[in-house]
Ligand binder design. Sequence first.
Ligand SMILES: [Zn+2]
Length: 492
Amino acid sequence: MRVAVGALLFEGNSFSLSRAGIEAFENNYLERGQDVLSKLRGGGVEVSGALSVFDKAEAEIVPLIASHGGCGGAVRRRVFEQLRDELVAPLAHGPVDGIYLALHGAMACEETDHPEVELLRMVRAAVGDIPIVVSLDLHGNVTPDLVDLCTAIVCYQQYPHDDAFETGIRGARLLLHALAGHPLRMAYRKLAMLISPTTGGTRLSPAMRAIYRECRALEGVPGVLAASYFMLTPWLERRDGGSGFVLVVDDPAIDAGALADALIAKLWAARHAFVPKLTTVEAAIAETIGAEAKPIILSEMSDAVGAGAGGDSVYAVRQFLALDTGAALLAQVVDPEVVAQAAQSPLGAELTVAVGNKIENRYGPPIVLKARVMRFFDGAFTYSGGLMSGVRASIGSSVVLQAGKLTLLVSTYPSYEYADEQYRAAGLDPRQFEFVLVKNPMNFQQTYAWAPKLFALDTPGAAAADLARLDWTLCERPFFPLDDGPQPYMRP
Ligand SMILES: [Zn+2]
């Protein structure tokens, strides 16, 4: 048995001005050929999980490429084409019995509105009618085309995404099941309903937890192999954007469509629970200033790199500084110019820097600060969990600046925030500050669950949590939460 294994993931954001080049993939992981096996066996990503199953089954593995580019506005076309072609090329060198691919489902790229569909069309053209099992981030865009191209689709079960490895296992088992001759069938249903990830946590959001339980219970029914929910990241605007379910069954007697319809009715009924409660910087400070317990966590999720924003906003920092609280704030911002400027100076030097708001320049100019160079940092860190678990990643050359009570970690590249790895690797302990600014819609709620108070900030940006703030031009109306009615709005 020969199975091909590959991965190509990236989460796009249509509202973001940032663009991803090849370094976005290299800064996370990008393995080719035999390195896919040697570097990812024993690791924590999807391919690692899949390899553990295929190795046990003594399958011969044909490695393709395996890469996660993190998140951003869109992948540059030539970069996508290069990676796409590298992934498909080995399939020309002899037949395989089946393919497992870890994809995201919400990649954005110029000249296509569904890069994964484009990739899978090429894979299908290369291999014909063999089983292809695909795993997706649950923030992916499942569409009829995608379903048609795959034998089975399975999504992460958890958000924060702590189950990349397990998802690889589930995908690989489905592929082995198909290769053993079981006829897999999928049912797919999708609502015109967008869910702000802030309220979409599978452990912390009661409404999402209920959907999680429904799906796990269904998977206990004989013949139902996988019941996945997906909630397209709302920041990837698509004409047919929405949330829904994809079921995989192997028993022809099961009415999988009816099961999916029942899930759809439950998700629609719960829709109002997914509207996030947000706070202004001013209100968050007024509520907590002077509190003994620290730190207070402020999430400027509208600039979340993990949601595709540029990570270079200083909107919330500016608002915080304007309140003149005298409290210590730790924040991070992407600004390669400032890193380069600081690199010209010795440690301890005082500089005048204009920092931030250079990619995301729509909500104010850079902040001008007199700042001291406290530390240089090479940017390397290791993800402690989540979809990059164990991956050695980088934010590029970085510098820690101190301006009054503001401590700023300035990096060359953006990076996905799973927990607080970037701060810690730069020698910064969030516990030492009265306020810590993070840029994350969801994971921070888990990372900083121990902190006395966490606020989801109502700030503007490419990943604004308040979906009404976004400049929608494409997503077909009606859709929730912009529109509402008693009957579910369905997508084709
Ligand atoms: Zn996701």
